[in-house]
Design a protein around this ligand. Sequence first.
Ligand SMILES: *[C@@H]1O[C@H](CO)[C@@H](O)[C@H](O)[C@H]1NC(C)=O
Ligand SMILES: *[C@@H]1O[C@H](CO)[C@@H](O)[C@H](O)[C@H]1NC(C)=O
Ligand SMILES: *[C@@H]1O[C@H](CO)[C@@H](O)[C@H](O)[C@H]1NC(C)=O
Ligand SMILES: *[C@@H]1O[C@H](CO)[C@@H](O)[C@H](O)[C@H]1NC(C)=O
Length: 503
Amino acid sequence: MATPPFPLVLSFLILLSLSSSANSYPPRSSKHAPRFLGKFSHLHQPTDQKYETRYFEQRLDHFSFADLPSFRQKYLINTQHWLGPSRLGPILFYCGNEGNIEWFAANTGFVWEIAPRFGAMIIFPEHRYYGESMPYGSREIAYKNASTLSYLTAEQALADYAVFITELKRNLSAQACPVVLFGGSYGGMLAAWMRLKYPHIAIGALASSAPVLQFEDIVPPETYYDIVSNDFRRESISCFNTIKESWDIIASKGEENDGLNQLTKAFHFCRKLDSSEDLSDWLDSAYSYLAMADYPYPADFLMPLPGNPIKELCRRIDSCPDGTSTLQRVYEGVNVYYNYTGTVDCFNLDDDPHGMIGWDWQACTEMVMPFASSKNTSMFPEFEYNYADDEERCLKDYNVKPRPTWISTEFGGHDFKNVLKKFGSNIIFSNGLLDPWSGGSVLEDVSETIVALVTEKGAHHLDLRAATDEDPDWLVDQRESEVKLIKKWLQEYYDNKRATFTA
Ligand SMILES: *[C@@H]1O[C@H](CO)[C@@H](O)[C@H](O)[C@H]1NC(C)=O
Ligand SMILES: *[C@@H]1O[C@H](CO)[C@@H](O)[C@H](O)[C@H]1NC(C)=O
Ligand SMILES: *[C@@H]1O[C@H](CO)[C@@H](O)[C@H](O)[C@H]1NC(C)=O
Ligand SMILES: *[C@@H]1O[C@H](CO)[C@@H](O)[C@H](O)[C@H]1NC(C)=O
């Protein structure tokens, strides 16, 4: 494969979803960085969690005094188990990330399960510019251009949460109730950053699968794709090799006369491929998402998947009869992701029309995360990170120039351990090493109170999911360690309060 307009996850979805409106903003674009999971947030929202849905009149720009219209921020609230203000009942607060908040609530069973043990209130606020929490009254206007989108930043989102918590507490006369933050993925980044930025608002944060170090040169850009690749290699070398070989075969097939027709047929697409890269991107995103969702038990998180789905994919690739072509093997394998139920008639490149452009904007402004794929260690086609390409694409798509050093200026990241050793406290960074985002997170304890909980066989914020009968011991232990730490934060908070009262 020549120079990479290769892989970055899911670009094809955006491409195709926008193709019907030629002049829409943002326009069709080329490549995109791997995404978190918020794009799935409109899927599967079954939940027996009880909450009330409420709205809060939120300020559009916390950092100016301009007279701008406010917007309605959605939040979910449950006070069923709350001990109330007089007994200083805690508030468990999930930092909503890039998608509909109901989906994060449904996939964060952990918080719901521990609330009764703490006599806690549960709050899930929605991140601005996602779900229903749209500035300017509609998604259409909010996403119109670079000026209407300019309030979509992590800093504004954190300020939303700070303002909201302060007012909610005042309304409930609950000023003295301690707040504990939770978040997964980008939500985990927000939780960790919020604890550092607003220590007076929250007493601690559980940041699950939060790649706070995936910026600039803090971790090598190859890390993400190396981890995805290792997840496959550890299951089977021949499976890894089959996938690694497949990219060149796909690219050269695409150049042949009638090649695109043959690829379309071989992979059972509903309509003809426009290019072999659409197929490569489609495969790349399946492999990346499988690595994130490589859970030890069957789950219907992104797609209905078996337990250890990468093992199953490799089993299918490897168990094809001798003489099966590489393309046929790859097709058989990728069915585990796109067609595990066996009910898909043909594969559709055009699904997922909406709800995912917000992260692309964020990636084009603050969240500039370098990615690369190394020739030796990755099963993906080789490509280097090139910031200039990012910049060009962002100018073209959004008329905005990224600020690649801003996040680490605003929140830190360089020399993380030394900086935070003597500053900050009460943060848990939890990670599973199968998760490709774990490479950009914090995998070692920073201090006594900023700790890393790492599981070798965990995947993307597995610990935040509801407990199941099939949970392995290491997962049960990880969650228990989290509860123990949170208990300690609360105990210290109460002890200090008591000391102040009696002093
Ligand atoms: C962006 O869209 C808003 C809302 O429609 C409009 O008022 C504004 O003039 C536009 N700005 C630019 C730079 O196009
Ligand atoms: C606080 O109370 C005011 C007045 O009833 C209400 O408008 C506002 O939405 C409440 N805020 C929160 C966060 O509950
Ligand atoms: C999905 O799986 C079923 C059962 O194996 C198979 O018959 C069908 O062709 C597959 N769909 C696609 C699009 O390949
Ligand atoms: C990749 O592997 C080749 C052959 O084993 C070796 O010569 C080269 O130094 C390796 N490159 C890197 C970047 O590790």
